[in-house]
Design a protein around this ligand. Structure first.
Ligand code: SAH
Length: 375
C-alpha cells in the first residue's frame, strides 16, 4: 500500500474525494484518475496550462518546431493520397498549447490546395488551454473551431492527429487476488488516501485474455476511454475516408504491470499526492488501440518507434536546413532537440506512432518502408 504524502494540507479535490469515499466506500482507481484530470472545477487539465518549462512536462511539439512540421508533411501527403478532398477536416485531439497545429499548418501550406480545403477542428476540454490555442492560431488563415468531443465534429473525409492525448485518458487497474481479479481502488486509512482494492471480484468479461496465468499481486491495465476513442477514430476514417496518426508513449504488446504515474514540476510524484495538482498518466497499450480500430473495419499501420518515424519523415535533413540559417547557439539547440525527439534513450524508442486508416487507403509513408516497422 502506498501512503499519501499529502499530510495535513489537502487539495480541494482531495476533500471531495475523501468525502465521496466516506459516503460510498472505495473509489475505483479509474474514477480517481478521471477526477484528478477532468473534475469540472478542480481537475488538473481544467485549471492550468501544464506544458512547458514552468509547468509539469514538455511534449514533442514544445521541444522543436520540426516535430509539428514533419507531422504536417505527413498530413499533406495523406491528403493527396486521399485524392485531395475539398473540404476536409483536420482534427487534433488534445492540442495542448496549439503549437503542433501551428507548425503542421506552416508545413502543410507548401502543398498547393491543402490550406484552401482544410477545416481545422480542435478537440479540447480545458478552457485554459483552449485560450492558449486561440492565441497560438490567431493568425492562421483557415477556419478553426473547438469541440469538447470528436462526436461533435461534422462527418466527412478527415485527418486526425493525437500527440500525448491517449496517455491522458484514464485507465482501469485490476489486481490478481484470492479467487480472481479485483479493481484497484483508493481507500481511506486514518483519513488519508491509500491504495486498496474493491471488495467484489471483477466480471470475467472485464478481464482481458492476454493476462494469462497471472500471479497474486499482478496488475493489468485496461482503458474504456482509450479503446472508445480508438473505435470512434476508426469508425470515422472507415466510413468517411481518411487516416489518423496517434503518437504516445507506451508498449506495442499488451502486458501486465503497473504503469500509472504522477508527474509534477518535471519529477515523478506519488499518484495519491495532491490530487488535481499533479499530472496522472500511464503507458498506452497500442495493441488494445489496434484491436479496437480493427474491430471497426479500419486498417492499422505500425506502431513504429517515434525516432524511426521522424527520421524516415526527414528529421535529420530538416534540422540541417535550420542549422544553416541559425547561429552557433541555435545549432546546438537544434542538435539537442533532434536528439531528444529521436534518440532511443530519450523519446525515440518509448514513444510510438500508430496510423489508423481507411482500409483501402494506400499505406501512408513512412509505414510501408521495407525494413520491419515493429520495434
Ligand atoms: N498534444 C499536446 C498536449 C498534450 S497534453 C502536445 O503534444 O503538446 C493532453 C491534452 O489533452 C491537453 O490539451 C488536455 O487538455 C487534453 N485533454 C485531456 N483529456 C481530454 C479529453 N477527455 N478530451 C479532450 N481533450 C483532453
Amino acid at each position: 500500500m502506498t501512503k499519501s504524502a499529502s499530510g495535513p494540507k489537502q487539495t480541494p479535490l482531495e476533500r471531495i474525494i475523501v468525502a465521496q469515499i466516506e459516503e460510498h466506500g472505495p473509489m475505483p482507481l479509474e474514477r480517481y484518475f478521471d477526477m484528478c484530470l477532468s473534475h469540472e472545477q478542480f481537475g488538473y487539465y481544467r485549471t492550468r496550462n501544464p506544458l512547458g518549462r514552468a509547468g509539469d512536462f514538455i511534449t514533442a511539439p514544445e521541444v522543436s518546431q520540426v516535430f509539428g512540421e514533419l507531422i504536417g508533411i505527413w498530413c499533406a501527403a495523406g491528403w493527396q493520397t486521399m485524392n485531395a478532398p475539398d473540404p476536409f477536416h483536420l482534427i487534433e485531439l488534445g492540442p495542448g498549447r496549439g503549437t503542433l497545429m501551428a507548425d503542421l499548418m506552416r508545413a502543410g501550406d507548401v502543398m498547393p490546395g491543402f490550406c484552401d480545403s482544410v477545416q481545422v477542428h480542435m478537440v479540447e476540454t480545458s478552457a485554459v488551454l483552449k485560450q492558449e490555442q486561440e492565441r497560438t492560431l490567431r493568425n492562421l488563415n483557415v477556419p478553426v473551431s473547438w469541440h469538447a468531443h470528436l462526436d461533435d465534429i461534422p462527418e466527412g473525409p478527415c485527418l486526425i492527429v493525437a500527440n500525448e492525448f491517449f496517455d491522458a485518458l484514464p485507465v482501469r487497474q485490476i489486481v490478481r487476488g484470492p479467487g480472481g481479479w479485483y479493481d484497484r481502488a483508493v481507500v481511506l486509512d486514518d483519513g488519508r488516501l491509500v491504495l486498496g482494492a474493491m471488495p467484489e471480484v471483477v466480471a470475467d468479461e472485464d478481464v482481458p485474455v492476454w493476462v494469462g496465468e497471472a500471479q497474486d499481486g499482478e496488475i493489468a491495465e485496461t482503458s474504456r476511454s482509450r479503446s472508445g476513442y480508438a473505435q470512434k477514430i476508426a469508425r470515422r476514417v472507415s466510413q468517411h475516408g481518411g487516416a489518423a496518426l496517434i503518437i504516445d508513449y507506451g508498449h506495442v504488446r499488451s502486458a501486465t504491470g503497473d504503469t500509472v504515474q504522477a508527474i509534477r514540476k518535471h519529477s515523478p510524484a506519488d499518484i495519491l499526492e495532491m490530487p488535481g495538482e499533479c499530472d496522472l498518466t500511464s503507458h498506452v497499450d497500442f495493441e488494445a488501440l489496434e484491436m479496437a480500430a480493427r474491430a471497426e473495419g479500419a486498417k492499422v499501420h505500425g506502431p513504429m518507434a517515434q525516432g524511426q518515424f521522424l527520421l524516415r519523415m526527414g528529421l535529420a535533413e530538416r534540422i540541417e536546413v535550420l542549422k544553416k540559417r541559425g547561429d552557433a547557439r541555435q545549432r546546438i539547440m537544434l542538435s539537442r532537440a533532434a536528439e531528444r525527439l529521436a534518440a532511443g534513450a530519450q523519446m525515440g524508442h518509448l514513444f510510438k506512432v500508430l496510423a489508423i486508416a481507411h482500409p483501402e487507403l494506400a499505406t501512408p509513408a513512412p509505414f510501408g518502408a521495407p525494413e520491419g516497422n515493429r520495434q
